[in-house]
Design a protein around this ligand. Structure first.
Ligand code: F6R
Length: 615
């Protein structure tokens, strides 16, 4: 989704903003731009272009050609993911006001922009774009009476919707203003300079000390000071967060794509999720962020999980875990549906919101609805300080490090790892004995090694990818814990390779989709040696009888499936409750290599954004 970077300080803001925008490329975008202060009361210099940051860099070089080099000490930049209006130069941000002295960049959606625009047009404001965002620039000019912060506060009082906004004005060449409601803004605290961005990735090269704005906060920054106040100008204090990862974590480190790097990181990221949390002697896991002792845990009588996409698939595994081990009635729902269908929440319902980014709009809405209905709300997030992590108020971080590839990989395996630990902790307050808990903990501790062994199969997976890279459609089937893994495999393949792929419960195939099977439609059968295998083998027979080639993801050494499978990817033996992790890692590698062979844009697939902050 859209990205914001703003800078004020002694350095040339062009370099800092453009390098920050590069760091935000992974979020997905289709145009970019920059606005620079050229001097007090002068018109702001705006350079923008459809396409990539490299196109913006070309446009910047062209704009500066033959001009004397100068230091622009104040500027804002943006990457736009089109919503209102096509990805054109006119619709790209920054947008400037009528007099050319106020510029804004905006993430989010202004819901009442049409009526605001109509009123402003009547007053003589001329609009250059089709966006909802441009109204903000004109409103700020309209509200300005000598005080930039005051003008921003007055303007946003008129806005309905969600926003993270950064503002500059040539009337205040020493001030950068930013505001948030529903769309993240983070401030990097450096000596003698201030950087503002929508994502820590754009800042971490300069400082590890950051402050996340809360909804309703207005930031007024100079090179040496940062003041945060409410819309009514009441000063507020926000905690400083220390970022515990560095720039190397958002570089490819020799891999062809971030997605491949992140797949290979999984032995380490799973180990990070487990670190310090397994208490083998007590047969349990300690997750201090849940802020719950055994008696609080014992009171939970229902678990409701809300998430989107890959995180939703992790949530499905979570539901099975909570029911199997803790015997707690559990449900999982797409986060948007959670709010849209007015769910029943009782006093001791625990709502678990799962989100890698911690910014997904639908999941955030579920968190707010959960609080409103009195649930015990818990977040499982990767991004420290993200909105869901903060608003949930309690929960567990993944510690997987930044996930840059748009297709989620390492987050899934860490989410399932964390959910397994949560299920064990809850189960130990119920019927799970210390010995049984200890056995589960010992199995969990083997996960990094299991992930390693799947990744060691990569050369086999590449050969299979070569064989099927030209397919147009395929199905993934599984049952029990393998059902969410089937859905996740299909999602991974379709989003990065653009092959039409669908995941089904193995048994559901015959209730309709089997009509599509023929020799050009492969079926990927998740059939490790766990309960349900024999039944899924029956479903593989059904596929084979319709001439569909079957690719099995099966346990090492299992010969039962050989006669039913055209190709086999082997995963190490492990208990059923852990099997989604190796199975999904195998699927990630298969999807990656098929997409690579098809020449797809793997880290930034078409139409997708890393963090979906619109509902
Ligand atoms: C798929 C993918 C998406 C995300 C979904 C939720 O590879 O990345 O389906 O899983 O948009 O995102 P988070 O987990 O950030 O809430």
């Amino acid at each position: 989704m859209c990205g914001i970077v703003g800078y004020i300080g002694p350095k040339n803001s062009v370099d800092i903003i453009v390098s920050g925008l590069h760091r935000l490329e992974y979020r997905g975008y289709d145009s970019a731009g920059i606005a620079l202060c050229q001097g007090r009361d002068e018109k702001l210099l705006v350079i923008k272009t459809p396409g990539k940051i490299s196109d913006l860099e070309t446009a910047i070089r062209a704009a500066f050609a033959g001009k004397e080099a100068r230091n622009y000490t104040l500027g804002i930049g943006h990457t736009r993911w089109a919503t209102h209006g096509a990805p054109t130069r006119e619709n790209a941000h920054p947008h400037v006001s009528r007099n050319g002295q106020f510029a804004i960049v905006h993430n989010g959606i202004i819901e009442n922009y049409a009526e605001l625009k109509a009123r402003l047009i009547k007053k003589g404001f001329v609009f250059a774009s089709e966006t909802d965002s441009e109204v903000i620039a004109h409103l700020i000019e309209e509200c300005y009476v000598g005080d930039l912060r005051g003008a921003v506060a007055a303007a946003i009082e008129k806005l309905e919707g969600a926003y993270g906004i950064a503002v500059i004005s040539s009337k205040h060449p020493d001030t950068l203003v930013a505001v948030r409601k529903g769309s993240p803004i983070v401030v990097g605290i450096c000596d003698g300079e201030t950087i503002v961005a929508s994502d820590v990735s754009a800042i971490v090269n300069y400082t590890k000390r950051v402050i996340f704005l809360n909804d309703g906060d207005i930031l007024t920054a100079t090179a040496d000071s940062v003041e945060i106040a409410s819309i009514k100008n009441v000063p507020v204090t926000r905690e400083m967060t220390h970022i515990d990862w560095d720039i190397r974590d958002i570089e490819k480190g020799g891999y062809a794509h971030f997605m491949l790097k992140e797949i290979h990181e999984q032995p380490a990221t799973i180990a990070n999720a487990l670190r310090g949390r397994l208490i083998e002697s007590e047969g349990t896991a300690k997750l201090s962020g849940m802020l719950m002792g055994p008696s609080d845990m014992a009171r939970i009588d229902r678990v409701s999980i809300a998430a989107c996409g890959t995180s939703y698939h992790a949530g499905m595994v979570g539901k099975y875990l909570f029911e199997d081990f803790a015997s707690i009635p559990s449900e999982v729902q797409q986060a948007a549906e959670f709010r849209d269908r007015n769910p029943i929440i009782q006093r001791d319902t625990c709502l678990i919101a799962i989100s890698q980014s911690g910014e997904t709009a639908d999941t955030l809405a579920a968190v707010r609805e959960g609080h409103q209905k009195g649930a015990v709300v818990m977040g499982i997030c990767n991004v420290v300080g993200s909105t869901i992590a903060r608003e949930a108020g309690r929960g567990v971080y993944l510690h997987a490090g930044p996930e840059i590839g748009v297709a989620s990989t390492k987050a899934f395996t860490s989410q399932v790892t964390v959910l397994t630990m949560m299920a064990i902790a809850l189960a130990r307050t119920r019927r799970l004995s210390v010995n049984a808990g200890r056995e589960m903990i010992q199995q969990l501790a083997k996960l990094p090694g299991i992930a390693e062994q799947v990744i060691a199969q990569e050369s086999v997976i590449i050969k299979i990818a070569e064989k099927y890279a030209d397919m147009r459609d395929c199905f993934y089937i599984g049952r029990g814990y393998m059902y969410p893994a089937a859905l996740e495999g299909a999602l991974k393949l379709k989003e990065i390779s653009y092959i039409h792929a669908e995941g089904y419960h193995a048994s559901e195939l015959k209730h309709g989709p089997i009509a599509l099977l023929e020799k050009t439609v492969p079926v990927i059968a998740l059939v490790p040696n766990v309960p349900g295998k024999i039944k899924t083998m029956g479903n593989m027979q059904e596929c084979k009888a319709r001439h569909s080639p079957v690719i099995a993801i099966a346990t090492e050494g299992d010969r039962d499936i050989e006669s039913l499978s055209e190709d086999i990817i082997r995963i190490p033996p492990c208990p059923e409750f852990l099997a989604p992790i190796p199975a999904v890692i195998a699927e990630q590698l298969l999807a990656y290599h098929i997409a690579r062979l098809r020449g797809c844009s793997i880290d930034q697939p078409r139409n997708l954004a890393k963090s979906v902050t619109v509902e």
